[in-house]
Design a protein around this ligand. Structure first.
Ligand code: CIR
Length: 259
């Protein structure tokens, strides 16, 4: 098991107004989003993960994407500073949740002018973390984050994000040096030392997967990625993400994962 706890937040009715900078696929259905979220939680539980489910926050349409206002590791947590004005105050609502799992001196904060969103943070082993320099995460945010991570023996490497929302919208780490890559990260020099599992053209959305250690969770409906994962020895579980995809959200964004 790579993690045994997850924090999620049920979408509110306002999810229909979530930021949609990339998908261009219409508005999500609230009812369907809640059903998909419920199925996601049940799948995590089935795979042995203890899930803390937070109440919806109607005032924040994107607040079900709990991965962005915080970054959690087993021994520390960082409250981030999301870049978009409609998401900035989500941090105030995630802090008390982190207080339940971490000691006061294990919780840190990214502050202005730094911005950073958890979707840009991709740990690849115990001591190396890639962080996307994106429209949401700036250099000041990365510098602050790197200082915090260094206190826990972790090195941060910055990677430009040019064509997608967050770093993990374009690549996710599966463990054992295997990196699932799509679009701009296929054959990227930044990731030349990894075994790259290349997502077939047209299936980029499915690059955002979660390896639980008991199997890989992937979005439903991407047979090429499914096959790629199976060929690489992974047990695969699919879950429907159609409504979250409409507002640029992937599987990782829906949870904070740690042990
Ligand atoms: C946003 O644009 O902020 C949300 N609509 C989607 C956030 C996705 N989060 C993630 O990839 N970690």
């Amino acid at each position: 098991m790579l993690f045994d706890k997850a924090i999620v937040r049920t979408p509110g009715k306002s999810v229909v107004d979530g930021i949609d900078d990339y998908a261009d696929a219409g508005k999500p259905s609230y009812e369907k989003a809640v059903a998909e979220h419920h199925a996601y939680v049940e799948l995590l539980k089935k795979l042995g993960i203890a899930v803390t489910v937070l109440e919806p926050l109607e005032q924040f349409p994107d607040s079900c994407f709990v991965e962005d206002p915080a970054v959690v590791f087993d021994d520390f947590a960082v409250v981030t500073n999301p870049a978009r004005s409609t998401r900035q105050k989500e941090r105030e609502f995630i802090r008390p949740v982190l207080d339940q799992f971490f000691e006061h001196d294990q919780i840190f904060e990214i502050t202005a002018p730094g911005t950073l969103e958890g979707g840009d943070v991709m740990p690849v082993d115990d001591d190396l973390i890639y962080v996307g320099l994106s429209a949401r995460t700036n250099q000041a945010g990365i510098d602050q984050f790197a200082k915090i991570a260094a206190r826990f023996g972790k090195t941060v490497k910055a990677v430009p994000v040019e064509q997608v929302l967050h770093l993990k919208t374009g690549t996710t780490y599966l463990g054992d040096n295997k990196l699932l890559v799509a679009g701009e990260y296929i054959d990227s020099p930044y990731f030349k030392d990894f075994d790259q599992l290349k997502v077939p053209v047209g299936e980029d959305y499915a690059v955002n997967c979660i390896n639980t250690g008991n199997g890989v969770i992937m979005p439903a409906g991407f047979p090429g990625v499914h096959q790629l994962l199976v060929e690489n020895g992974f047990k695969v579980y699919e879950t429907d993400m159609s409504e979250f995809a409409k507002i640029d959200g992937g599987l990782t964004c829906l949870s904070l994962r740690f042990s």
